[in-house]
Design a protein around this ligand. Structure first.
Ligand code: ZN
Length: 196
């Protein structure tokens, strides 16, 4: 199937949502002044793509009301679904107050998924106080650790697994610095679906 050329222009999409519909900016990562240059979901400053709210294959129309502007990475991950509210739920759920923190937050979630513990609880369970000394240690070491990770060729972002790995290396450094031992991982733990 040949992909149909989208006729709706990016500026029409910004105008529709930010000047005609007055979408609630409070719940978004961007405001009207930035909506043409920053991804509406993650807030990063990248080339933006027109993303269907209701996919064309499900009857979504080529008109401003059926698009949002997302970076390439968010565009790949967006919900392709016939209920238009889901897109906004998804965009709003990921709202960030500071640009460029978005993917590190996702990295922290990935950490929790892999290691079954939040980064904060990891530190607490080691019996380490979260104080200025620790914060300074983290700041210095995060910078150093950035020399030990790499970007996939052609990908401008660190992927979530790399972020999670970076945090793990940091936790190992913290444990060592404070003379603590990380507990062994339980690879046999059961994951539940729907919580049961
Ligand atoms: Zn994005």
């Amino acid at each position: 199937m040949i992909k149909k050329q989208i006729k709706t222009k990016k500026e029409d999409i910004v105008n529709y949502w930010f000047f005609e519909q007055m979408v609630d900016e409070g719940g978004l990562s961007v405001d009207a002044a930035e909506a043409h240059e920053r991804c509406w979901r993650c807030g990063c400053e990248k080339r933006l793509e027109r993303c269907h709210i209701i996919p064309e294959s499900l009857g979504g129309k080529d008109e401003p009301s059926n698009f949002v502007l997302l970076c390439h990475r968010c565009h790949i991950e967006n919900p392709n679904i016939s209920d238009p509210e889901i897109m906004w739920d998804w965009i709003r759920a990921y709202r960030v107050s500071f640009y460029d923190t978005f993917w590190s937050i996702l990295g922290a979630k990935e950490y929790e998924f892999i290691y079954n513990k939040s980064i904060e609880n990891e530190i607490i369970d080691l019996g380490i106080d979260i104080d200025d000394k620790l914060k300074d240690f983290i700041e210095i070491n995060i910078k150093e650790l950035f020399k030990e990770i790499s970007y996939h060729y052609g990908h401008p972002y660190l992927n979530t697994a790399t972020c999670a790995g970076l945090y793990r290396m940091l936790i190992k450094r913290i444990a060592k610095e404070y003379g603590k031992k990380l507990p062994p991982l339980d690879y046999n733990r059961k994951r539940t679906f729907w919580g049961f």
